[in-house]
Design a protein around this ligand. Structure first.
Ligand SMILES: *[C@@H]1O[C@H](CO)[C@@H](O)[C@H](O)[C@H]1NC(C)=O
Ligand SMILES: *[C@@H]1O[C@H](CO)[C@@H](O)[C@H](O)[C@H]1NC(C)=O
Ligand SMILES: *[C@@H]1O[C@H](CO)[C@@H](O)[C@H](O)[C@H]1NC(C)=O
Ligand SMILES: *[C@@H]1O[C@H](CO)[C@@H](O)[C@H](O)[C@H]1NC(C)=O
Ligand SMILES: *[C@@H]1O[C@H](CO)[C@@H](O)[C@H](O)[C@H]1NC(C)=O
Ligand SMILES: *[C@@H]1O[C@H](CO)[C@@H](O)[C@H](O)[C@H]1NC(C)=O
Ligand SMILES: *[C@@H]1O[C@H](CO)[C@@H](O)[C@H](O)[C@H]1NC(C)=O
Length: 622
């Protein structure tokens, strides 16, 4: 009969399937979570994964003491669904009654899929990130896609009636197809409709994010999906997860995350100006941008306020003195280029047609008014804000002026100009200190030098030596050095032991303490070092000259390119610094040499008898 032949092939197929599945996956196939399974917050390694491990459900640590059960995308960085938080004693249990339950360490239920006694027989996380609880015949009883938290991923339908929640912010899709962002389930600070050219009465709109990054709404009444937004990288790249997320900052964004990258990049934001997100800076907080950063900055209206939480400026501001504590002395603080955000449903009750002075005064005399904004944008509108929640926005581009009721006196924030001014003054003060310290040092050094000279001028040794030191380098820049740097030549001669050769011939016959001369020459080699850090301190120089300190062998003076202009200028400047350093301690003789130009006035201002007598051999006598 014809029935017989299919049977053996069916058996073969089943055998092949069983074999392959047991080869590919663990014995209990990875895509089935069995009744009675449990994950513990104390073991972050344990997870329930999708068949190809793109997504997994596990505990994720939020803070050192709090954990959430989350479905994460490859690597755990992106959370597409979560429940919690719980403490480290928490656990996620797929109970045998068929419900998925998150309990904390004391057994309190934090989350429940409420699918008890609905004949749920299995659970599975699929490769699109959907966790579903099913009963026989693959009927889904509960799924994470139907119960989103703050994120939707491609292939997840976000239908009319669903909500994304993040702190006090929520995102919904209206039946009209409008997308709305709300604060505290009331203030609608973003409401985006379909392109007005689409003339349709939607019946059951569904928002979808396509894997390529296109956000669109489809509906039975629409011939094709109406596009809401394109992510900036739409249709680009491969193996990228794109997801739509309501962030904690109250903005709805499309992100892209390459598999395994551990990062997600913002590719679209619903509210382009973050400061327009209601309550972003908390109650009485003022949102602004400043030069130093493109991120919004949260501050307080004036110094009559302080941050509620010094560690989190987004928590808002509070008055240092409450208005009811200063009856009669309430006054209005004026804030230029500032408005207080007013959206539906506040709009209808808070708006008045009055001019700027009345906008200020009306608020001052109205007990229920804490702040007001004169839009000053040509509309003639004034918003009077009640104490409930006041969200401020300051920008140089805003024409509006706002007023805030405070207990006098008004203590305005320092403006950025004032901050700059303060900064300038501070810098000025630093300069004054530097100048004072330097001139004091200079005077001290000059005094010491004067004393030294006064004490030692009659000692022939020192007197002659002081001239020597100075003249060693004077001579070096004279043009007659046979185009060879004198100091280099002197160094070479010194190294050869030809001390006499360096010395002025006129000294030859005289009684000279050669030890002193040696020391003087060695010290001068140290003083003309190219590297300022190699040059000894004045105190050390004196010790070396007096023979108190051993003099190490100085490195050779830097050989300079012969005749090079650049080299010459370096040469001179190093000479000058060596000279002036020396001159500060021992006033050098003023010489007739034209090379004196540029030498410190301390030097040129002195006149010393022996000055003109060059004790060192200068090359013109060569
Ligand atoms: C989790 O895994 C890490 C390495 O991946 C390992 O060091 C750690 O001991 C594991 N923890 C537990 C509780 O298994
Ligand atoms: C568990 O949650 C309950 C109710 O929220 C709370 O009272 C209890 O302190 C929590 N236990 C732990 C260990 O966090
Ligand atoms: C949020 O709204 C509720 C009423 O829905 C209100 O009682 C509460 O004060 C609001 N929160 C703030 C911070 O205004
Ligand atoms: C939908 O959004 C448009 C702006 O895009 C707005 O004019 C309209 O009033 C909104 N409709 C509803 C029902 O909120
Ligand atoms: C609305 O759609 C039409 C064509 O469908 C397009 O030309 C127009 O630019 C769209 N307007 C907006 C605001 O997207
Ligand atoms: C702010 O943080 C510091 C250090 O982290 C802490 O000492 C201080 O108590 C915190 N302040 C508030 C108001 O939480
Ligand atoms: C600019 O913003 C930074 C933080 O983003 C803040 O620390 C700084 O005080 C702000 N400067 C001014 C002038 O407001």
């Amino acid at each position: 009969m014809t029935l017989k032949s299919p049977l053996p092939s069916l058996v073969v197929a089943v055998v092949v399937f069983v074999l392959s599945s047991s080869l590919l996956f663990d014995v209990s196939s990875a895509d089935d979570i069995r009744l009675g399974s449990t994950l513990f917050a104390s073991n972050l390694n344990e997870s329930w994964s999708s068949p190809n491990r793109t997504f997994s459900l596990s505990f994720v640590q939020d803070t050192p003491t709090s954990f959430v059960a989350a479905i994460t995308y490859s690597g755990g960085f992106v959370r597409v669904w979560e429940a919690g938080p719980v403490d480290s004693g928490g656990s996620l249990r797929f109970l045998s009654t068929g419900t998925l339950r998150l309990v904390n360490g004391s057994g309190a239920v934090v989350f429940d899929s409420n699918s008890e006694n609905l004949n749920v027989s299995s659970a599975a996380l699929d490769d699109s990130g959907n966790l579903s609880l099913r009963r026989g015949g693959n009927v889904t009883v509960w799924s994470s896609f139907d119960n989103p938290t703050d994120t939707i991923v491609p292939s997840q339908d976000f239908a009319y009636g669903k909500v994304l929640q993040s702190g006090s912010y929520s995102f919904t899709l209206l039946r009209s197809g409008n997308l709305t962002l709300r604060w505290n389930n009331s203030i609608v600070y973003w409401n985006e409709g379909l392109n007005s050219s689409i003339d349709s009465n939607l019946t059951s709109p569904v928002l979808r994010l396509q894997p390529t990054g296109i956000l669109s709404i489809s509906d039975p009444t629409l011939s094709s999906a109406a596009i809401i937004a394109y992510s900036s990288d739409y249709a680009e790249g491969s193996d990228i997860l794109r997801f739509l997320k309501l962030e904690r900052d109250g903005n709805l964004k499309i992100f892209s995350s390459s598999r395994g990258s551990g990062t997600a990049t913002t590719r679209w934001s619903a509210v382009t100006d973050q400061c327009q997100v209601f309550g972003y800076c908390g109650n009485m907080g003022i949102c602004s941008y400043n030069e130093s950063s493109s991120d919004p900055f949260c501050g307080c209206p004036s110094q009559n306020f302080e941050l509620v939480d010094e560690n989190d400026s987004r928590k808002g501001c509070k008055r240092k003195v409450e208005i009811q504590d200063c009856p009669g002395s309430g006054t209005m603080l004026e804030l230029d280029h500032t408005k207080f955000l007013t959206f539906e449903p506040e709009l209808t009750s808070q708006v008045f047609f009055v001019g700027i002075s009345a906008c200020r005064l009306n608020c001052l005399v109205t007990d229920s008014c804490v702040a007001s904004t004169s839009l000053s944008d040509g509309t003639g509108l004034c918003y009077l804000k009640t104490p409930d929640f006041v969200s401020g926005y300051q920008s140089p581009a805003l024409p509006s002026t706002s007023y805030v009721k405070v207990c006098g006196p008004v203590l305005p924030n320092p403006t950025s100009m004032q901050l700059m001014e303060n900064n300038r003054r501070w810098k000025l003060r630093v300069w004054i200190i530097i100048v004072v310290v330097l001139s004091t040092l200079l005077v001290l050094v000059a005094l010491e030098g004067g004393l030294w000279y006064w004490c030692c001028r009659h000692s022939p040794k020192f007197g002659s030596l002081s001239a020597q030191y100075a003249l060693l380098e004077y001579a070096s820049v004279s043009p007659e050095t046979n185009r060879k740097k004198f100091s280099l030549w002197a160094y070479e001669e010194f190294e050869k032991g030809n001390i006499e050769g360096i010395l002025d011939k006129r000294l030859a016959g005289q009684d000279v303490d050669m030890e002193q001369v040696m020391r003087a020459i060695q010290v001068s080699f140290w003083c003309i070092q190219e590297q300022p850090s190699h040059r000894p301190m004045m105190g050390k120089v004196v010790q070396m000259l007096e023979g108190i300190m051993e003099i190490e062998r100085a490195p050779a003076p830097k050989a300079l390119t012969e005749g090079s202009v650049g080299g010459t200028s370096i040469n001179i400047s190093s000479n000058v610094s060596a000279l002036s350093t020396f001159a500060a301690s021992a006033p050098a003789p003023s010489s007739s040499s034209s090379n004196q130009a540029g030498v410190s006035p301390l030097v040129s201002g002195r006149n010393i008898d022996r000055a003109s007598s060059s004790l060192l051999r200068s090359s013109d006598q060569n």
